[in-house]
Design a protein around this ligand. Structure first.
Ligand code: ADP
Ligand code: ADP
Length: 229
């Protein structure tokens, strides 16, 4: 039984006279604990899929089953609870609060979710035990992304959604961040979904979903994903 299932999801944006179809009948499913890459060119509709899965946007039509519940039927209030308690988000540009330290940024999770883990422990887990008191500006891009991942993981989300998490990083730093995401998936059983326009990431995934021009063009399972080193 799938952990996530998008069934015939449509999303359109009205821009004056024209309508942009961002998702044109999206269908796919994901099993629990998988490391999933959604790949496709810019403008393909990937962020729209991620925003709908994360409860940040709503589908016009279709079903969005997460852990057997159709979040497309959620009220605004239910969707807020879902975003806070069930989903972790990681963004391209980290979205850290600049005037809070690494530790304080991760502690924000405990203001959002009652079951948040201890910030220091999670920062140690992502290799930043020595950086607790540093502000974002005092950290490298890769370290800032680790703080952002720690903040997302502190909530113990069912689902970790990552929007171009390596998009602002150089090749080696990006690889380290991907390794952290892959290891997290393996060690905690968290379902991790990464969207990217970089198809080089695809071989690391358990499942690859290719989106182009608002539709899923291909979905493949990878029995032997490459372990990031
Ligand atoms: P991707 O993440 O693959 O780059 P997006 O899902 O961001 O693609 O966008 C798909 C299409 O929908 C694009 O044409 C984009 O410009 C449009 N789009 C996305 N979000 C909005 C929005 N909030 N308002 C209007 N158009 C949007
Ligand atoms: P990505 O780099 O992940 O493809 P985008 O640059 O497409 O992301 O989108 C970044 C944010 O801007 C998203 O939240 C998306 O919904 C929004 N967005 C994208 N295209 C448009 C648009 N044409 N009009 C308004 N908002 C948009």
């Amino acid at each position: 039984m799938s952990f996530i299932q998008m069934k015939d999801v449509y999303k359109r944006y009205k821009m004056g006279e024209t309508t942009i179809v961002a998702n044109d009948g999206i269908d796919f499913q994901v099993n629990k604990g998988e490391f999933v890459v959604i790949v496709g060119p810019s403008g393909a509709g990937k962020s729209t899929v991620l925003n709908i899965l994360g409860g940040m946007d709503t589908a016009d039509e279709g079903q969005v089953l997460v852990d057997h519940v159709d979040i497309a039927q959620f009220t605004k209030k239910e969707l807020t609870g879902y975003r806070r308690n069930d989903v972790g988000f990681v963004f391209q540009f980290y979205n850290l609060v600049p005037n809070l330290t690494a530790k304080e940024n991760v502690e924000l999770a405990s203001q959002i979710s009652p079951r948040a883990l201890d910030a220091v422990e999670v920062l140690k887990d992502v290799g930043l035990g020595e950086r607790l008191g540093n502000f974002p500006a005092q950290l490298s891009g890769g370290e800032q992304q680790r703080v952002a991942i720690a903040r997302a993981l502190a909530k113990q989300p069912k689902l970790l959604l990552c929007d171009e998490p390596t998009g602002a990083l150089d090749y080696n730093t990006g690889k380290q961040v991907l390794k952290l995401l892959q290891d997290t998936c393996r060690e905690t059983g968290t379902t991790v979904i990464v969207i990217t326009h970089n198809s080089a990431i695809a071989p690391m995934a358990d499942r690859v979903i290719e989106i182009n021009n608002a539709k899923v063009r291909k979905m493949s399972e990878n029995p032997n994903p490459v372990s990031v080193e």
